[in-house]
Design a binder for this molecule. Structure first.
Ligand SMILES: *Cc1c(COP(=O)(O)O)cnc(C)c1O
Length: 230
């Protein structure tokens, strides 16, 4: 069932990314498609891998652990895209290749502290609340520059870029602003720290096109690939 579904949806999603990239004068190959399998069973993961997808995303550690248990880590890059509670920080190292959601200095400190020395540095993105919504996780925009510079200097973390989540709206101006702020903040950070990575993790099913037009390098897509979550 998921294989049939992906036959139809994956080319559409790839074309949407390519089209938006062309509109913005960008090369579509700069954009990684992270297939978010959360809420879908192992079958969805296997179908995604069979279809050639290599970057898979989950938003809860326990579900990520279950999927890794079943499918393993060979030939997959597992992305943790959801909020990580500090007490669960130690569990991330065994299952995630990239953590998109470092959303506080305290979480960064905890990750740095619990990382075992023989592990490679953890690839991280810092999540910023560029929409200003109360209910959203992420560094507050006003303090983000200082706090992210502080957090990204910790040992054991490899800062690869920034992540944001847009509000659930069709208002294009609001979406654009949410994404362009993240891009501008990345520029400010990189002026201070040229070795900070250039990834911009932004864009989900509802706002994929605008995110790519505004510079996204990683889109996190669930529904458009796998359908509504059961
Ligand atoms: C669920 C989720 C996605 C995918 O959302 P869709 O709207 O299904 O594409 C992306 N990012 C995060 C952080 C998520 O939790």
């Amino acid at each position: 069932m998921y294989a049939t579904k992906l036959n139809e949806t994956l080319p559409r999603v790839r074309e949407a990314v390519a089209e938006a990239a062309r509109t913005a004068g960008r090369d579509p190959s700069e954009i990684t498609l992270v297939a978010v399998t959360k809420g879908h069973p192992e079958e969805a993961v296997r179908a995604a891998l069979d279809a050639g997808l290599r970057d898979l995303g989950e938003n809860r550690v326990s579900e990520l652990e279950e999927k890794v248990e079943r499918v393993g880590r060979d030939g997959v890059r597992w992305h943790m895209v959801g909020h990580l509670q500090r007490r669960k920080a130690p569990r991330i190292f065994g299952v995630a290749d990239v953590l998109h959601s470092v959303d506080s200095v305290r979480l960064a400190e905890r990750l740095a502290r619990v990382r075992e020395d023989d592990r490679p540095p953890l690839r991280v993105l810092f999540q910023v609340n560029t929409s200003g919504e109360e209910a959203k996780y992420g560094f507050e925009e006003d303090a983000a520059l200082d706090h992210i510079l502080e957090a990204s200097a910790l040992p054991g973390l490899r800062p690869e870029g920034l992540m944001t989540m847009a509000p659930l709206t069709d208002d294009e101006a609001v979406l654009r602003r949410t994404f362009s702020r993240l891009r501008e903040l990345l520029g400010e950070i990189r002026r201070e720290r040229p070795d900070f990575g250039e990834e911009l993790s932004m864009g989900m099913t509802n706002d994929l096109r605008i995110a790519v037009e505004e510079g996204s390098t990683m889109v996190r897509i669930g529904t458009a690939l796998f359908g509504e979550r059961p």
